[in-house]
Write a protein that binds this ligand. Structure first.
Ligand code: AMP
Length: 128
C-alpha cells in the first residue's frame, strides 16, 4: 500500500487519475480509437510521424517498458499481437515499424507504456 495524499488518493490512484493515456482508456479524453478489448486500446497518434501511426496501450497503468515484470508477459504479448493485427488491417504488412521509447532520454513523453505502430513510408536506420 502506498502513501495517501491530502486528496485521500493513494499515489498510484493519483497517477492513474491524471495519466493522459489512462484518461483516454476511460474515454475521458477523446481519441481516434481503432481497436479496444478488455485489456488493450489502440488509437491514432495525435501527431503522426508516418501515414499510419497508431499507439497500442495496455489499459492497465504501467509507466514504461522499464517497469515490466514477469506478470506482464501475457498482457504485453497481447499488446504486440494487437499491433500485428492492426498492421494487417491498415495494409502496411509490406513494411512497418514498432517502437517503444523508454525514458525521457529515449524520447518517451507519455509515461504510460505504449508501442508505436508506424507504417506507410520507408524508414531509415539507425533511428534518430
Ligand atoms: P512517446 O513520446 O514515445 O511517449 O509517445 C507519446 C505519443 O503520444 C506521441 O507520439 C504523441 O504525439 C502522442 N500523443 C500525445 N497526446 C496524445 C493524444 N491526446 N492523443 C493521441 N496521441 C497523443
Amino acid at each position: 500500500m502506498d502513501a495517501t495524499g491530502t486528496d485521500g488518493l493513494s499515489r498510484t490512484d493519483a497517477v492513474e487519475r491524471d495519466c493522459l493515456f489512462c484518461r483516454i482508456a476511460r474515454r475521458e479524453v477523446h481519441a481516434d480509437v481503432l481497436f479496444e478489448d478488455d485489456r488493450v486500446l489502440a488509437f491514432r497518434d495525435i501527431n503522426p510521424q508516418a501515414p499510419v501511426h497508431v499507439l497500442v496501450i495496455p489499459k492497465r497503468h504501467i509507466g514504461s517498458l522499464a517497469d515490466l515484470t514477469g506478470s506482464d508477459e501475457d498482457l504485453m504479448g497481447h499488446t504486440f499481437v494487437v499491433a500485428s493485427s492492426l498492421a494487417s488491417e491498415l495494409g502496411v504488412t509490406d513494411g512497418f515499424r514498432v517502437v517503444g521509447n523508454c525514458g525521457e532520454k529515449a524520447g518517451q513523453s507519455v509515461f504510460h507504456i505504449h508501442i508505436h505502430l508506424l507504417g506507410g513510408r520507408r524508414f531509415g536506420w539507425p533511428p534518430g
